[in-house]
Design a protein around this ligand. Structure first.
Ligand code: BDP
Length: 735
C-alpha cells in the first residue's frame, strides 16, 4: 500500500492537502496505513512481548517516569533495552533515564554491586540465589519508586521482565513486595533440530538455527528468541536433535555454536548440545566408543576442553543412548551409568552437566514397553556422578495426550531426575489443533508419587526438595521454528510460555498462566480474556476425548503420527503399533498392567500401585491404560464402557465446535490477521476431530461388534476408507 497523503510543503500542496475531499482521502489513507501497520505488528512475531499500549482500564503505567538502571555489562544492557522498549510501548512514552532516583515514579533496577542506590536500600536479598529478585515499592528521598533488586545481573533481568509482565497484564504497581527465585535450576529447551534445518516433530517451519550462514550471519531472531526465553526464565537450550549428528561436535560447527552462545549469553541462557555416543568413531577416527576405553575417555575430555575454550559457559551434553536405534554404552556391554559417567567426567572440570535420557525401550525385550525404563534405571540409582541428571519423560510411553506419571519419579532418590515435557504437539494435533498443554504439565507435576507419604508430588521430585538435590532440571521439547509466529500457530506460543513459567515455578496454576498469556498476547479486555482462557482450559481434554479417552494411548497414524490409526499393526516392531497398546478384541479393550497382567503397577509406590491395580479405584481417565475390561464394563456414569467411549469421541468433537463458536464471537475484539488464522485452524481442527472420531468408532466397532448408543451418528465411511488414507508428506516424521 502506498501512502497517498502529500508530504511536500509548498503552499499549493498544503492547500490541496487540507481541502475537504483530500482530507477525507487522507484520513482514509491514514486508517489504512494504521491497519497495515497493525496487521504487520500483529503477525505473532512479538509473542507475549508486544508491549501494547495499556488500555484505560489498565492504566497502571503513569507511575514510571524515570528509569535508573545500570548498563555496564551485556546483561545489564539487555535489561535496560528491554525496559525502555517495554515501558515506551505500554505507556506510550519512553521514561527519562537518569543515574539516580530524583523524582517520583522512578524505576530503579540492579544489584547492590551495580547500583549504589540499591545498596543503600539494604534490601534483604538472602535466599534469592543467582537468578532470583525482589520487586518492591519504596520511598527514595521522598520519591515514590519501584525497585527491582537482585544479587546478580541476570536476576535483575528476570525481575525486569516480571515488572513488564505486571504492566502488560494491567496489574497495579502500588505496594509491591514480590520475592521470586526459580524452584528448578536448569530450565531448558530441547530442540529436535537437525543440522540441515529439518525439525523432527516440528510443525512450525525450519529450524531457527541457520547453520549454513552461521557464524557470519547472526539472525536477529536469535536475540528475540533469547528475549522471549529470558522473559519466562528459560536459562538453557539444547540446539540439536537427540537423534544426534556427531558433526555438531566438529570444529566448524562448534564455531557456529559459539556464535549462538554469544547472542544468548546476555539473556542468561547457556547452550548445550546433544552428543552422539559414537562420535569418537564417526568424527574422531577411533575404533570404538566403549566408555571404559581409555582412548575414548581421552577423546571426550579433549572434546570438552575444546568446547569450553570456545564457550566457557557451555552447559553440557544431552544424550539419547541405546534408544530407538541410537548408539550407546550397551553396544559394548556397559551400563547407562558407565556411559553417562564417562561424559560427566569430561565436562566436570568445566562445571558442565550431562542430561542422560531414560527414554529407553527395546522391541527385543518381551517386557511391557511401559516398564522398561524403570527396569533399566532403578538398579543404577546412586551410581551416577554428581553432575549427571537422568531426564525422564512425563509418562512411561511417549508424550501421549494423557499418561499417568512416569514410575521413575520417586523411584531414584539418589539421582537428580529431570522432567522432559513435549511442547511441540506430536500427538496433540500438530500446530493446527488448539491444545493448551499446561493442564497436562500441571496434572503430572501435581501427581502424588506417595514415595515418602502423601504430598510426595512429582513437582517435589523435580525441584529436588523431596530428596535434597540442588542440581535440578526441567526440559521442554521446543515447538519453535522459522514460521513468522515462531510456533506454527498463535495458540502454540502459549505452550512455550507455560512451559517456561512452570519450569520456574512448578506450582503455578495453568489457568493463571493462561490468563497472563492471553492478556499479553491478545488483550486485557475481560470480554477476551475470559472466553479465551475458557477455550484454552478445555482444549487439552477435548483432544483426549476425540483421539481416544479413558486411558487409550498410542493409537495414531504410523510413523508421522498424524491422525488416527488404531488399526496400526505389523511392521518392524510390535511396540510401534497401536494394537500392542489397546489390545482390543471381541471381549474387551485395554492393556492389563495390573499384577495379573504386565505388573507395571508395581513400579509405583504401594499406595499408588494399589489404586492402579484395582479396576474399581483406578481413575477412569487411566482405565484402559491399566486394565483390560469387557466392552460392557459398567462405568461410573452407569453406561457400559463401549457407550461411554463413543460418547467421549462425540464430546471431543463438540468441544471443538464450542471453541470455534467462542472464537467466532471474538471477531472484532482481536486483530483481524490473527483472528482469521486461528479461525481457519479451528476449522481444520473440527474436521480432523471429526475424522479421528469417525475413524476410531469405525475401527473399534469392527472389533466390539456392538451397536452405537441411541442417537449417535454412524461414521460416514466404512473402516476401509479411513485405513486407506495416506499422508506421505506429513511434517515432522523421523528422517
Ligand atoms: C518420540 C518421537 C521421536 C523421538 C523420540 C525421542 O516420535 O521422533 O526421537 O520420541 O524422544 O516421541 O527420543
Amino acid at each position: 500500500m502506498s501512502m497517498m497523503l502529500p508530504l511536500t510543503h509548498s503552499a499549493g500542496e498544503t492547500r490541496r492537502m487540507w481541502s475537504p475531499r483530500s482530507l477525507v482521502a487522507a484520513m482514509a489513507s491514514l486508517a489504512l496505513l494504521a491497519a497495515a501497520v497493525t496487521a504487520q505488528a500483529e503477525d505473532g512475531y512479538d509473542l507475549w512481548l508486544r508491549y501494547a499500549p495499556a488500555s484505560a482500564d489498565t492504566a497502571t503505567t503513569a507511575r514510571i517516569r524515570q528509569l535508573v538502571s545500570p548498563a555496564a555489562t551485556p546483561v545489564q544492557m539487555a535489561a535496560q533495552r528491554e525496559l525502555l522498549r517495554g515501558l515506551a510501548g505500554v505507556s506510550g512514552t519512553a521514561p527519562a533515564q537518569a543515574d539516580r532516583v530524583n523524582r517520583a515514579g522512578a524505576l530503579l533496577v540492579g544489584t547492590p554491586a551495580s547500583s549504589p542506590q540499591i545498596a543503600a536500600l539494604g534490601l534483604d536479598l538472602e535466599g534469592l540465589g543467582e537468578e532470583g529478585y525482589r520487586i518492591r515499592s519504596v520511598d527514595i528521598g521522598g520519591h515514590a519508586a519501584t525497585v527491582v533488586a537482585a544479587n546478580n545481573d541476570v536476576g535483575a533481568l528476570y525481575g525486569s521482565f516480571h515488572l513488564l509482565r505486571l504492566l502488560q497484564t494491567g496489574r497495579p504497581l502500588d505496594g509491591l513486595d514480590i520475592r521470586e527465585a526459580p524452584r528448578v535450576a536448569l530450565r531448558v529447551l530441547n530442540h529436535w533440530d537437525n543440522l540441515d534445518r529439518y525439525v523432527e516433530r516440528g510443525y512450525s517451519g525450519q529450524s531457527i538455527w541457520d547453520w549454513h550462514r552461521l557464524p557470519g550471519w547472526l539472525d536477529p531472531r536469535y536475540t528475540d528468541y533469547a528475549r522471549a526465553n529470558a522473559s519466562i526464565g528459560i536459562n538453557g537450550t539444547v540446539l540439536n536433535n537427540v537423534n544426534a549428528n556427531a558433526e555438531v561436535l566438529t570444529p566448524m560447527y562448534l564455531e557456529k555454536v559459539a556464535a549462538i552462545a554469544g547472542v544468548l549469553r546476555p539473556y542468561g541462557m547457556r547452550v548445550y548440545l546433544s552428543a552422539r555416543f559414537s562420535a569418537p568413531m564417526e568424527i574422531g577416527g577411533l575404533a570404538t566408543a566403549d566408555p571404559l576405553d581409555a582412548g575414548v575417555q581421552r577423546w571426550w575430555r579433549a572434546k570438552a576442553d575444546e568446547i569450553y575454550a570456545l564457550i566457557p559457559d557451555f552447559g553440557g551434553f544431552l544424550v539419547k543412548a541405546n534408544s530407538e536405534g541410537q548408539p550407546g554404552p550397551q553396544d559394548y556391554g556397559r551400563s547407562h551409568a558407565d556411559g553417562a559417567n564417562m561424559l560427566a567426567d569430561a565436562v566436570a572440570p568445566h562445571g558442565g552437566v550431562v542430561m542422560w535420557r531414560a527414554f529407553v525401550y527395546s522391541d527385543e525385550e518381551p517386557v511391557d514397553r511401559a516398564k522398561q525404563a524403570w527396569n533399566e534405571f532403578v538398579p543404577l540409582d546412586g551410581t551416577f556422578r554428581d553432575n549427571v541428571l537422568v531426564q525422564v519423560k512425563n509418562g512411561p510411553i511417549d508424550f501421549q495426550p494423557r499418561e499417568p506419571f512416569h514410575p521413575l519419579f520417586g523411584a531414584m532418590p539418589r539421582t537428580p531426575l529431570m522432567m522432559e515435557f513435549q511442547i511441540t504437539k506430536e500427538y496433540l494435533g500438530f500446530s493446527t489443533h488448539l491444545a493448551y498443554k499446561a493442564p497436562l504439565y500441571e496434572e503430572v507435576l501435581d501427581a502424588d508419587t506417595h514415595v515418602q507419604g502423601p504430598g510426595s508430588t512429582v513437582a517435589r521430585v523435580i525441584d529436588g526438595s523431596l530428596d535434597g538435590h540442588a542440581l535440578t532440571g526441567i526440559a521442554g521439547v521446543a515447538n519453535i521454528g522459522s514460521d513468522r509466529n515462531w510456533s506454527g500457530s498463535h495458540f502454540d506460543q502459549a505452550n512455550w510460555y507455560a512451559f517456561g513459567r512452570l519450569a520456574w515455578n512448578p506450582e503455578l496454576s495453568s489457568r493463571d498462566i493462561a490468563a497472563e498469556w492471553t492478556r499479553m498476547t491478545f488483550s486485557n479486555d475481560a470480554a477476551v480474556v475470559e472466553p479465551v482462557v475458557g477455550m484454552m482450559m478445555a482444549s487439552r481434554e477435548a483432544v483426549v476425548d476425540y483421539t481416544g479417552a479413558l486411558g487409550l494411548h498410542h493409537v495414531m497414524g504410523r510413523g508421522h503420527h498424524y491422525g488416527p490409526g488404531p488399526w496400526v499393526e505389523g511392521g518392524p516392531r510390535a511396540d510401534w503399533t497401536s494394537v500392542y497398546f489397546h489390545r482390543a478384541d471381541a471381549n474387551g479393550i485395554g492393556f492389563d498392567r495390573t499384577r495379573r497382567g504386565s505388573d507395571a503397577v508395581s513400579q509405583y509406590a504401594p499406595p499408588v500401585a494399589e489404586v492402579f491395580d484395582d479396576v474399581a479405584r483406578t481413575p477412569e481417565q487411566f482405565l484402559l491404560w491399566f486394565h483390560h475390561v469387557p466392552w460392557t464394563h459398567r462405568m461410573r456414569s452407569g453406561r457400559p464402557l463401549w457407550d461411554e467411549l463413543v460418547l467421549r469421541y462425540d464430546r471431543g468433537v463438540s468441544a471443538v465446535r464450542d471453541m470455534r463458536a467462542t472464537w467466532a464471537d471474538l471477531d472484532g475484539r482481536i486483530d483481524a490477521a490473527r483472528h482469521a488464522q486461528v479461525a481457519a485452524f479451528l476449522a481444520i481442527q473440527q474436521d480432523e476431530a471429526q475424522w479421528w472420531r469417525d475413524a476410531s468408532i469405525a475401527y473399534f466397532q469392527s472389533i466390539s461388534g456392538l451397536p452405537l448408543p441411541a442417537g449417535v451418528a454412524p461414521p460416514p465411511h466404512p473402516l476401509e476408507h479411513y485405513k486407506a488414507l495416506e499422508f506421505p508428506h506429513a511434517p515432522g516424521d523421523t528422517q
